[in-house]
Every structure is written in C-alpha cells, then in structure tokens.
Design a protein around this ligand. Structure first.
Ligand SMILES: NC(=O)c1ccc[n+]([C@@H]2O[C@H](COP(=O)([O-])OP(=O)(O)OC[C@H]3O[C@@H](n4cnc5c(N)ncnc54)[C@H](OP(=O)(O)O)[C@@H]3O)[C@@H](O)[C@H]2O)c1
Length: 348
C-alpha cells in the first residue's frame, strides 16, 4: 500500500519511517515536514542513511490524497482534528498517533485538552488504538486513534487484574517514569539536557491528560466508572517507560491466581511477555531490555505484609508507545499477522 506519514521529522515520525521501510506491505510515498521540506529524510534521521532517497514534502491535503492509501499522523495534539474529516471523506485510511480522536466523550476534550472537539461525530467512529483490547473493531476501520504511551503501558499492565474482581477499584495508583523523548523533539526547558541530567522530576503530579484514556478503557473492562491516581516522573534516559501500579486487594490472593489472570488474557499476545523470574539481574520489567522493539514486559509481586499487588509494565515509548503500536494497529486492521514489520529483537 502507498503509505504517507504526516509529521515525519519528529521522534514518532522517525520511528514510523524506520519500521515502514522494512514492512513488506508498505511503499513509503509521502513524508511531510514544514521545517525540512525538500531535505532528504536522512538529514534529520541519520539512522536512515543509505536506506531511502525520499525527501520531506510540505503538508498539502491534495498531495496526501493523490499519493497515499493510508496515512499515519504523527503531529502534536490538536493538529489532526483540523484535517482528519477531510481526508476521511476523500477515502483515506487514517492512523492517528495524537490524542485528537482517542476519547469517546466529546466533553472530555474541553476538560482535559482545553478545546471543543470540531467533529464529535468522528469520536464514535474512531477505534481506540490498542490492539490487545480492540483488534476486532480495527478490521477495516477507516480511523484508528492510537493510545498514548504512558496510558497504553498503564492499561496493558493492569487490564487482566481489573477484570478479576480481586482489587479495590476505588484506590488504584499508577506511577510512571519516562525518558525525555516522550515530550517530542521540540526543545523545551523540561527536556534540556542540563536540566534533565541526573534527576528524577515529578511533573503534572495530578491531572495528567493520560488519566482520561486510562479511565475510559479500564471502566469498559470493569463495567463501571473507574478513577485512578496517576503521577509521572521525568527521568534522564532518552527512551523508555516503567509503570508501577499499586493495587489494593479485596481478599487474600495467591500467585497462581494472578498468573492465571495474565495467562488467560495475554497467553497468545504476540508482544506481551510476563516477566517474573526467580534468578538473574532482570527479574522484573526494565524498559532497557525492550528498547527499539514493540514488546511490553509486564511483571508483578504480591505483598504478604499488606494486601497489595504491585504490577510493573515496561515499554519503549516511541515504539510500543507510538510508532510500533500504530504499525501493529495497521496490521490488525488489514487482518495481517500483527508481527509483520515488527519482529525485532532489542539490544543489550
Ligand atoms: N514521543 C513519544 O514518545 C510519543 C508517544 C506516544 C504518542 N506520541 C504522539 O505522537 C505525536 C508526535 O509526537 P513526537 O514526539 O514525534 O513529536 P515531535 O517530535 O514534536 O514531532 C512533531 C511532528 O509534527 C510536525 N508538525 C508540528 N506541527 C504541525 C502542524 N501544525 N501541521 C503539520 N505538521 C506539524 C512536525 O514537523 P515540522 O515542524 O518539521 O513540520 C514534526 O514532524 C504527538 O501527538 C504525540 O503525543 C508521541
């Protein structure tokens, strides 16, 4: 298929190019950037030297429609809502990596993003881009809105447990640690090396936007409205997310029961590993181990001191958190093996 990437000069766009150049069903036909229009892709993404002679083009809907069958949108929040409707009406298939079509309730946009949604009718049509929960709805869907990075890792980490009824759903606490690429490639004081280096900085301690999508998806699983506490921390690594979830238990639970919940839900998932080893250095998830890949490592520990289950979930924020997730959604929507183009081993 002829594939376009809007926002190809950014971090998620760069990873989309890397993955799609090796995808057997993809012919990269258009990559947009306003700032770098007419530059070779490899001038911005040096890992692509020798891999492609494609150049960046300015964004122009006519060109997108003419040159693409499917388009991946890797633009900041608030951009794609301005042109998705037009592209859909002209028959394009869209996979959006931003938050513009993730939330089902239009009232959530003024609340969490500060703007009214210009096409609320599309929120019902868009499929939430997390294949482990929504792959059936993805089949032939014209619009897929990929889950966010910290929200995706949080949801996948605890989804199987939420369904069991063993946890107190009123007191779910999620702690996120994230590398600097999570904030995108635009320089800001928050991702300036001297500020970031050597620190662990809590930010948006309450009210982070990802809460909206975490609650949306967990509430569907629990069949009741769920509220969660979520607090992110900025680390001085470039890539990677580790979520630590604190779940308070309603009753005494054995390890076997928790294992069963994860096996029943994720037994055949191509990208989820349950990581809970008794030997070695990496007994529980560490994002370092899956960097560059679409894997999610999930592990847990039961506390025998207080009734608590601690769950860890590790991803690469730009792959399973963004570009890899988008490619997996594309595979699922076409009925292809979800591992196509994503069968990668990490470095150690
Ligand atoms: N980084 C992550 O870990 C991550 C994880 C999950 C989801 N996401 C989501 O993926 C999207 C991209 O994130 P990123 O980290 O790759 O951001 P980024 O590095 O800042 O890249 C943004 C891209 O969008 C383009 N762009 C900016 N404003 C635009 C506009 N008005 N019209 C058209 N193109 C525009 C920029 O291109 P030019 O300025 O060159 O034109 C650039 O290529 C965001 O919605 C983000 O939330 C990112």
């Amino acid at each position: 298929m002829r594939v376009g990437i809007v926002g190809g000069s950014g971090y998620a766009g760069g990873e989309l190019i890397r993955l799609l150049l090796r995808h057997p069903q993809s012919e990269l036909s258009l990559v947009t950037s306003q700032r770098y229009a007419s530059e070779y892709l490899y001038m911005i993404h040096p890992n692509l030297r020798g891999q492609t002679q494609v150049k960046f083009s300015p964004l122009n809907n006519e060109e997108v429609v003419k040159k693409c069958d499917v388009v991946f949108l890797a633009t900041p929040h608030g951009v794609s809502k301005g042109f998705v409707k037009d592209l859909l009406e002209r028959g394009l298939k869209i996979i959006d990596l931003s938050a513009d079509f993730r939330l089902k309730d239009p009232n959530d946009y003024p609340k969490w993003y500060g703007w009214e949604h210009p096409c609320p009718e599309l929120l019902r049509e868009s499929v939430f881009g997390l294949p482990e929960l929504h792959r059936k709805e993805m089949r032939n869907a014209p619009l897929i809105a990929c889950v966010g990075c910290m929200s995706g890792a949080s949801i996948l980490g605890i989804a199987p447990i939420i369904k069991t009824g063993i946890v107190d759903l009123e007191h779910i606490s999620l702690d996120a640690k994230i590398g600097s690429s999570g904030g995108g490639s635009e320089p800001t004081p928050a991702n300036h090396h001297t500020e970031r280096f050597g620190g662990i900085r809590p930010y948006q301690v309450v009210g982070h936007r990802h809460i909206a999508e975490i609650e949306q998806e967990l509430s569907i699983l629990a069949n009741k409205q769920i509220h969660v506490g979520f607090t992110p921390h900025a680390l001085d690594i470039a890539r990677g997310i580790l979520i630590t979830a604190q779940l308070w238990l309603n009753k005494k639970v054995e390890n076997a029961e928790v294992w069963k919940a994860y096996r029943d839900t994720y037994g055949t998932e191509p990208f989820i590993h349950i990581v809970k080893y008794k030997k070695g250095l990496y007994q529980l998830p560490d994002p370092k181990v899956i960097i560059g890949t679409n894997y999610v490592d999930i592990g847990f520990e039961l506390d025998d001191h207080i009734p608590r289950l601690v769950v860890f979930s590790a991803i690469d924020n730009i792959v399973k958190g963004a570009a890899g997730q988008a490619v997996q959604c594309w595979n699922a929507s076409n009925g292809w093996d979800e591992k196509v183009g994503l069968d990668l081993i990490s470095m150690h």
